[in-house]
Design a protein around this ligand. Structure first.
Ligand SMILES: NC(=O)c1ccc[n+]([C@@H]2O[C@H](COP(=O)([O-])OP(=O)(O)OC[C@H]3O[C@@H](n4cnc5c(N)ncnc54)[C@H](OP(=O)(O)O)[C@@H]3O)[C@@H](O)[C@H]2O)c1
Length: 230
């Protein structure tokens, strides 16, 4: 596949690129300040794109003679401080363009959009056990991003909510997959390494599941997989 990653230089985006390249896919690495190309990896093409510029996004997602048509785009943007209007606008732009070009969209969003494991009526964003008041705006932006996907008529999209904690770490290549409810390990922690999240992103792109909202968690030996990849 040819996979575009918008947010290429970020914690998640850079790992998605490594995982995709290691699996032999061609990658378009999109961000405002692209990392310099690794000459050892001709399959990764850095391209300067501002997600607020629909023309630039469309041009990048159209692909070129050397990269071929883009099959999928991974949207993994973050700003500090959080900017909900930017996130929603950029997501809509990518969905619009992807729908026209027939490109699948995978959004790496937030855990806040998930349901609480002990109370399905309570979103994680509204659960102070997971989301303290000072990061509620980040969680709300993730929910607005998911709503934008749901409201979009034409695009083929999937929204991947990380677990509560997502940190750089080890790639085990294993994880537990769920849908719209926060997952925890046997020890009660909700976490995954960014490397394993990237493996889940590539698994989902290579073998798309039927759900529009999915989540993953670190795989621990103490708990048996509940279906799906592990
Ligand atoms: N537990 C959780 O729910 C959890 C935890 C961590 C992350 N996340 C989510 O995971 C996703 C990725 O987060 P991250 O930690 O990887 O973020 P990050 O490290 O801050 O990276 C953000 C990326 O966005 C790019 N970017 C920002 N503004 C842009 C613009 N206008 N145009 C193009 N690119 C732009 C940045 O590149 P440039 O600056 O070069 O443009 C960078 O590549 C986000 O949706 C975040 O909310 C969720």
């Amino acid at each position: 596949m040819t996979i575009a990653v918008l947010g290429a230089t970020g914690m998640v985006g850079s790992r998605v690129i490594n995982e995709a390249a290691a699996r032999g896919h061609r990658v378009l690495a999109l961000s405002r300040k692209p990392a310099s190309a690794d000459p050892a990896d001709p399959d990764v093409t850095p391209i300067a794109v501002d997600a607020q510029d629909p023309h630039a996004v469309r041009e990048a997602l159209t692909g070129s003679a050397s990269t071929g048509a883009v099959d999928a785009v991974v949207l993994t943007l973050r700003t500090a401080p959080v900017d909900e209007e930017f996130l929603v606008g950029a997501t809509r732009t990518v969905l619009d363009i992807a729908a026209r070009l027939g490109i699948r969209v995978l959004v790496v969003g937030g855990a806040g959009a998930l349901r609480s494991p002990d109370d399905r009526e309570l979103l994680i964003a509204d659960n102070p056990a997971y989301v303290p008041a000072e990061v509620k705006d980040v969680a709300a932006a993730g929910i607005a991003q998911l709503r934008t996907c749901r409201a979009h008529g034409g695009a083929d999209w999937v929204y991947l909510s990380p677990p509560a904690l997502l940190l750089p770490g080890e790639r085990t290549g294993r994880y537990r997959r769920g849908t719209d409810t926060l997952l925890t390990t046997a020890g009660g922690r909700s976490w995954i390494s960014a490397e394993d999240l990237a493996a889940a992103v590539l698994d989902e792109l290579e073998t798309p599941g039927p759900e529009h909202h999915i989540t993953v968690v670190h795989h621990d030996e103490a708990r048996r997989p509940e279906g799906g990849a592990s």
